[in-house]
Design a protein around this ligand. Sequence first.
Ligand code: GAP
Length: 494
Amino acid sequence: MPPTTQELAAFCKKKGFIYPSSEIYGGMAGFYDYGHLGTKLKHNFENLWRKYFLGLNDNYFEIDAATIMPEKVFEASGHLKNFIDPLVKCSKCDYHERADHLLARILNKRFEGLAPGEYTKLIQKNKIHCPQCKSALQPVSIHSLMFPVQLGTGAQTAYPRGETAQSAFVNFKLQYELQRKKLPLGLAIIGKAYRNEISPRNFVLRQREFTQAELQIFFNPATINEHPDFQSIKDVKLRTLLVEDRSKNKVVERTAQELLKAGLPKFYVYHLAKIQEFYLAQLRIPAEKFRLYQLNDQEKAFYNKYHFDLEIDLQEHGFTEVGGLHYRTDHDLSGHQKISKQNMEVMEEGSTQRFIPHVLELSFGVDRHLYALLDLAYHDDKQRGNVVLKLPAQLAPFYAAVFPLVKNKEEVAKAAEEVYKSLKNSSVCFYDDGGSVGRRYARADEIGVRYCITIDFDTLNDHAVTIRDRETTKQERVLISRLADRLRELSRSF
Ligand code: GAP
């Protein structure tokens, strides 16, 4: 049976992946902590993301920035005015929810980007009452996702950023000068974002504090229909659900070239293809569990001209947005130029034309990806009698574990410790001598360890150990002198 969100959350806590924050005080809705295994998994995901997306161009860099920013930043970006959710409350009890979520749940359809009055009309038309006490619902109002903090003695209002993107925009001009005034320039940030969600829920899928990995690519808008590497992806079949496919609700595979004919620019389509490659080849998401979902004009974020959600099919929730590819035009830099009075224009070498660069944003919610990876990896193996976490080996917190078969036998334990010491620097591994070997295999399976290495009495004579593969439980005997090489070989075959 696939895990429910509740089961997954309980499993994550039990094993030390993720659990509610400040739990000794009862916790706080929408805030989670990452434990010793969750932190390793998160770093592995972030490192894979860094390697892949920063590798797309030598002019892409990672920066790190303050998460609390002046009010004017969000005035310029439009977040203070537009970063809002429709709020519906009960007229009698304490029920409150996002109006689009209430409607989606009851009518089984997406309802994004409508005005409060339109949501109210839909609620009335469909005779929807309070799900808790059945009383009448109040007219839908607006709720801001931005929450202010007062600095110092309270004279200055600032905001925790609602997206990492704004940190890249306020850094753009300086970084452009520092990076020898070359476009496209990529600025990536992996860091915290904050949103005052009306109803945080579904474990880490909707939190008030979460991590984003975002890459802002600043480019000359005159080059939007070009990409030097387009040839390499032109025939790649992309798993798309365009606005025109909505009625059939079916993914259609379209080549990158076909998407150009559908009116999308080359620069945009190239990145759709690279993103899909990241999911299928790096994260090892099964193709049928991934799709690129095009948003219509009403659903697009207020700053976007083109907007696709990156979606993964989750066991309990179906296809769920975990990221997005956003063509933000010059929306943000123009806004910052206007409010900060700093000139955001650039002039490329050999040209006399000044322009404000446009931005293509690759946006990923780290926590939602971790949820998806755990959700897809979780297998309740009835035969083994334990959960097997089938995480890709490059993401799992540990690649290998070393077990002495008989822990009290000094010579075996000594040989096992030596094996562990020899592997420790080349493989991410741990040593476990607690309980029966069956229990140790089960514990290793549950946290996604790909290979368990067992040292037994025979090792003392044949200088060989047993490698057991998490996926198949098959075992192979390998000389200790070949062990590190064999583990490397195995990792290359993934
Ligand atoms: N900079 C663009 C941006 O922030 P977004 O669609 O609002 O776009 C990007 O957010 C990603 O951040 C989402 O696809 C999701 O994975 C993650 N995200 C957004 N709100 C979240 C929340 N409340 N809790 C957890 N993750 C969230």
